[in-house]
Design a protein around this ligand. Structure first.
Ligand SMILES: [Ca+2]
Length: 516
């Protein structure tokens, strides 16, 4: 899956969660904390001919809508636009975006999934796109409090060259989802430290939490890739890099803390806490193991409390999947996954005249208003949903118009944690507990110094280095290589001039972005 390759900090589970996200939003509680921001900034009220806008963007919907769709028409009416949207399906988006960037034939609103895209980086330096900084102050909804961080973090040389697509920072990412009913059956507390977590896994193995008299439990459905966060817990950072006191970045792949993390995983492996096929299991097999109701823990984003929780319940009605809020390492430092507050960016090429740039910003301003934002996601009240007991309940028309099946809300995401923590049909008590857990997660701030950095040397050399280390880790964990072989490899990498070049570029990128 390309998301893993492009954005090491993002997970397959995030991709999976995006796939179900659209439909998941519809029946979720309408909370989310968007406050009382003003509605759209005029749209059609200014009269005059509609402005045509060509947009290319990513769409996770199973069926793409076109300009005959009633909601599409309503959006055009409210924004006084004529929309010409080309949808990209996730499986071919990366390739199509690269072809488009290489050809230079860019739509007026160009979507790129990763700001670290090398071609995009080159074009940003060449000045292919509008600097939007001078215009942004005129659009109140683009300046919503909830969006401030994404505008700040996506600046290029201090300028806003992109319109980021919002995504909540907390609630996504791979982190333990635990069988709360198994904890209860054994009288165990929710683990808060890595040691307590280990003891819970051992108890799941030894103390028959499913009560059938057989030692048939798999404490933790995981493969090596699903345990990347263990390395982050030990290293006290997000992503692959750690910020040192002298403002340089160091790669965690060669750190002593990563060696300890690997040995933690090895001990768990030796104690039989993972599935037998741990080393060769695919992501889908890990999830199948979880859904079989035989496993006590899986690594998932928070919406899986129901996305996966429901299928587990079908096998075992008592099952209750609960995300952990955080885990603390031996130094007492807490870790929880968090990511960038956006996913993908839009750019406007300079061939677009200034008047139209303003019209495009007005369009996005409407999309990010509370009114526009909810319309794109839920459709129209009374047509696509009714509000019952404070919740939006979909009507049959929602399915007919393909509301909430992706499409328009993939173009501009709902500004709400619900994107990461809610799911279709999620019961109130599961949703409310997720709200409490994500609130607790937000109190845990783990630095992510490398998230927005670009380095050519990294793109060129790092994947191979990283693969070598990951392969070696698996060999050591499963007892096929001694720890000495690992130590030798790490020593070689530490002395590799390529690694030095990557580190130097990453540090330079960090200092240029944050210390100037
Ligand atoms: Ca059992």
């Amino acid at each position: 899956m390309k998301t893993m390759k492009l954005k090491p900090g993002k997970s397959l589970v995030k991709t999976a969660s995006l796939l179900i996200l659209a439909s998941s939003l519809l029946l979720s509680a309408c909370g989310g904390g968007s406050g009382g921001t003003a509605s759209g900034s005029g749209g059609g009220k200014d009269g005059g001919e509609p402005t045509s806008i060509t947009i290319q963007t990513l769409n996770y919907a199973t069926e793409f809508i076109d300009n005959t769709n009633p909601l599409w028409k309503e959006l055009e009416k409210r924004t006084n636009t004529k929309l010409n949207i080309t949808w990209l399906s996730p499986s071919t988006a990366e390739e199509k975006i690269n072809v488009m960037l290489a050809s230079g034939d860019l739509p007026e609103v160009t979507f790129v999934e990763s700001m670290q895209n090398p071609q995009l980086q080159k074009m940003l330096k060449q000045g292919v796109f509008w600097d939007l900084t001078p215009f942004l102050k005129d659009y109140p909804n683009l300046n919503r409090e909830e969006l401030k961080e994404m505008w700040e973090i996506t600046k290029v040389d201090g300028k806003n060259m992109v319109i980021p697509r919002y995504y909540p920072s907390y609630g996504g990412g791979v982190f333990p989802m635990i069988r709360k009913d198994w904890l209860d059956a054994l009288g165990l507390e929710t683990p808060k430290t890595l040691d307590e977590f280990y003891n819970v896994l051992k108890a799941f193995k030894e103390k028959d939490p499913n009560g059938n008299g057989q030692a048939d439990e798999i404490p933790y459905a995981a493969n090596p890739g699903a345990l990347a966060y263990i390395y982050n817990i030990f290293n006290e950072t997000q992503g692959g890099w750690k910020l040192e006191p002298d403002n340089t970045l160091s790669p965690i792949i060669t750190s002593d803390a990563s060696r300890e993390a690997m040995l933690w995983i090895k001990k768990a492996y030796d104690d039989g806490l993972f599935p037998k096929d741990f080393a060769i299991m695919k992501f889908s097999q890990v999830m199948d193991t979880m859904r079989s109701a035989k496993a006590g823990v899986g690594g998932m984003s928070m919406n899986h409390a129901w996305v996966t929780g429901q299928p587990v319940k079908e096998v075992d009605p008592k099952a209750d999947l609960m995300p952990l809020a955080y885990l603390e390492n031996a130094n007492g430092v807490k870790y929880t996954p968090s990511g960038s507050p956006y996913y993908g960016v839009y750019l406007i090429p300079k061939k677009v005249p200034e008047a139209k740039v303003k019209k495009i910003l007005e369009f996005f301003d409407y999309g990010y208003s509370v009114e526009g934002n909810e319309m794109l996601t839920y459709g129209l009240e009374g047509v696509h949903y009714k509000v019952e007991n404070g919740k939006k309940v979909a009507t049959p028309q929602a399915a007919i118009d393909k509301t909430g099946d992706g499409n328009l809300n993939n173009m501009i995401h709902l500004v709400s944690d619900d994107m990461a923590i809610s799911a279709v049909g999620m019961p109130d008590e599961v949703y409310q507990r997720n709200v409490e857990i994500v609130t607790e997660r937000k109190t845990v701030k783990v630095p992510n110094p490398s998230a927005e950095l670009y380095s050519e040397a990294y793109n060129k050399y790092y994947p191979e280095i990283s693969k070598k280390v990951e392969d070696m880790r698996v060999m050591v964990i499963t007892g096929k290589e001694p720890i000495e072989a690992y130590d030798q490899l790490i020593e070689t990498i530490k002395n590799d001039p390529k690694m030095a070049e990557i580190t130097e570029e990453m540090t330079k990128a960090y200092q240029e972005k944050y210390l100037k």
